[in-house]
Design a binder for this molecule. Structure first.
Ligand code: BES
Ligand code: ZN
Length: 626
């Protein structure tokens, strides 16, 4: 489970950015600015005509599993061209109009590409300012997961959620789907009367009789942050600016679990500047949500698998909240620069958590994160190009190259910078960075050049010490990678040694252990434990029946590796209810290593597939083919 298989990256190519091998390459790269970037995962041509505001007017039809309505784009025809391009995937386009009053205009859908969908080319005039697209989505739309009542916590009403990152927004809204293109939006969403709709925008807190909800997102965002959830949801505040949306049976548990949200927000603001998005709310989704969390602005989407009952998995909130700066405010210009979103966020997440839980706690996470990245690099090959921070995923499936490298290698680079220049200077630099580039997109090259002028200030010795070029453009982990020691995890290592020497499980000192200590414990047990030892551990610690998904997923790897049949039911149950790809995919990968396991994997997948969102189902399918 250790690796995140974070999805879908698409590629975007920076025109002349070939893999730099020579050490002077960084300098060449620096000359570029964000304007010269070409995102190869969009059909939009932002230098010619760009959408700056979207008025979305849609109806959510649970019977037909369709979103239908119109998307009116306010556009700027920069090049006075007679065509504008949008991205679509499996959308039916009924008609397109320009101007107001509306006048029908010719349009054309391009050839279907497996990853990118279809270009929608619309005829416009040199002075056109509005393009309105009448459309409906397909029942198989990749961003959407339509859940029947059985798949929800309350089991009474259907549920819908979207997952637009990275390039799925185009499957439910015709739009210019590139992280480098930002627009504001207003929306009107009609849903069945007993359901509430909420979006990545200013949100209602209660249902109304009309079933029509209005939304406003006055800050410009890229399409991957367009988000909608529809369900029988209730809202409860947890702080002045923070609150939780969840189904009835989940709300109190969720409110308890996320009670520290407002404190986290204050800690975050103290570190990197004012929170600029108004409210920060969280919606708890059903367990088939394919991610841990998604940083939709104003409304983080979260998996219920972090509700462990003891607030032990709330780092997810710190992470998604941190994206309000790194990602949502300063956004990776292309998906090749994804580490600018995720690596920065992991660093920021741990800084927030350090304020709340202390250094000992976050150091455990950093050490486990480094274990993750080393394991992933070992798996895909230390010299694989996908272990570089700057990715090159052109013409590949968006799912390719996705793993925890942008997260944890990115974190390690920021940590190295912190250790080299000192926290105070790095913090001042990051504050200025977020302020200077707010609501803009950022390439790796522009970041490096800004870092050199603003932080390193021409100190070449410092520059050499950091070895930025190696970190960013070369594979593996450079020799100056920070080394970290977690005293709490060292104690776990000692406990494992005692156990290996024959101390009984029930004699071990594990009382104060957090989730992280348990994960470390399970990861470092001998992989070939054998049935007797598995049984002993299970009897004492009740791993098979734990409600903590992080611990359970780790244990299930031992269940598979040791053919511990007593755990099979729990394994099947887990894979049938939870759709979080970080857990699900590595378990399938572990199963397919043996013939017997492969059979079991195929059988479980055949039944569980219907419960998975496209991104999880697609990744598992690939893994089962191997
Ligand atoms: N933005 C990501 C989720 C994502 C990544 C969606 C790539 C689509 C493509 C989100 O912020 C994230 O990193 N989630 C993690 C949370 C964890 C690091 C606390 C997850 O889902 O596990
Ligand atoms: Zn993230």
């Amino acid at each position: 489970m250790k690796k995140f298989s974070y999805l879908l990256f698409c590629v975007i190519v920076i025109t002349s950015c070939q893999q730099p091998n020579s050490s002077n390459m960084l300098a060449t790269e620096e000359k570029k600015d964000t304007d010269t970037v070409v995102d190869s995962h969009t059909y939009a041509k932002p230098k010619e005509a760009i959408s700056t505001h979207l008025d979305l007017d849609i109806e959510v039809d649970f019977q037909q599993k369709k979103i239908k309505g119109k998307a009116a784009h306010q556009i700027k025809n920069l090049a006075k061209t007679n065509h504008i391009f949008f991205d679509t995937q499996d959308l039916s386009i009924e008609k397109v109009t320009i101007g107001y009053p509306e006048k029908e205009t010719p349009f054309e859908l391009g050839v279907k590409d497996k990853n990118l969908g279809q270009a929608l080319q619309v005829s416009i005039d040199s002075n056109t300012t509005i393009v309105t697209i009448y459309y409906s989505s397909d029942p198989s739309a990749q961003a959407l997961q339509w859940l029947n009542p059985q798949q929800t916590a309350d089991k009474k009403h259907p549920f819908l959620f979207t997952q637009s990152e990275s390039i799925f927004a185009r499957s439910w809204v015709p739009c210019q789907d590139s992280p480098g293109i930002r627009f504001t939006y207003n929306a009107s969403v009609k849903v069945p009367k007993d359901l509430l709709a909420i979006m990545s925008a200013e949100n209602p807190t209660t249902k109304n009789d009309s079933g029509i909800y209005y939304f406003k997102m006055p800050q410009a965002i890229p399409a991957y942050l367009l988000a909608l959830t529809v369900g029988d949801l209730v809202f409860k505040p947890v702080g002045a600016r923070t609150g939780i949306y969840a189904e009835h049976s989940m709300i109190d548990k969720a409110v308890y679990e996320f009670a520290e949200t407002e404190d986290m927000l204050m800690a975050a603001e103290k570190l990197y500047g004012k929170y600029g998005w108004g409210r920060y709310d969280i919606v708890v989704l059903p367990p088939s949500f394919p991610f841990g969390g998604m940083e939709n602005p104003r409304l983080t989407f979260a998996t219920p698998t972090v509700i462990a009952g003891d607030r032990s998995l709330t780092s997810l909130v710190a992470h998604e909240m941190a994206h309000s700066w790194s990602g949502n405010l300063v956004t990776n210009a292309t998906w090749n620069d994804f580490w600018l979103n995720e690596g920065f966020t992991v660093y920021f997440e741990r800084r927030i958590l350090e304020v709340i839980y202390g250094h000992d706690y976050t150091e455990m996470q950093a050490v486990l994160g480094k274990q993750d990245v080393i394991e992933t690099m070992t798996e895909i090959g230390m010299s694989s190009e996908d272990t570089r921070l700057k990715l090159q995923l052109d013409k590949r499936h968006p799912d390719d190259g996705m793993n925890d490298i942008p997260y944890e290698k990115g974190y390690l680079l920021l940590r190295l910078i912190e250790e080299t220049v000192g926290r105070e200077k790095l913090d001042a630099f990051l504050n200025k960075y977020f302020e200077t580039f707010a609501f803009k997109s950022m390439t790796t090259e522009v970041f490096v050049s800004y870092l050199k002028t603003e932080l390193l200030k021409g100190d070449t010795a410092l520059e050499r010490k950091l070895m930025l070029e190696q970190w960013i453009y070369q594979a593996g982990l450079p020799v100056n990678c920070p080394t970290m020691v977690s005293t709490r995890l060292q104690k776990v290592d000692e406990t494992i040694e005692e156990w290996k020497k024959g101390k009984a499980s029930n004699q071990l000192t594990t009382k104060q252990w957090s989730t992280h200590e348990w994960v470390h414990f399970l990861r470092h047990l001998p992989s070939d434990l054998g049935i007797e030892k598995m049984k002993e551990l299970d009897q004492v610690f009740h791993f098979t029946s734990t409600n903590n998904c992080e611990i359970l997923a780790e244990w299930l790897h031992l269940v598979i590796g040791n053919k511990y049949t007593q755990g099979y039911k729990s394994l099947e149950n887990f894979l049938s209810t939870v759709g979080r790809r970080k857990y699900v995919l590595p378990l399938y990968k572990a199963m397919v290593k043996t013939t017997e396991g492969k059979k079991m994997a195929n059988e479980i997948f055949a039944k569980a597939k219907a419960n998975y969102h496209f991104v999880t189902a697609n990744s598992v399918e690939e893994a089962l083919k191997k």
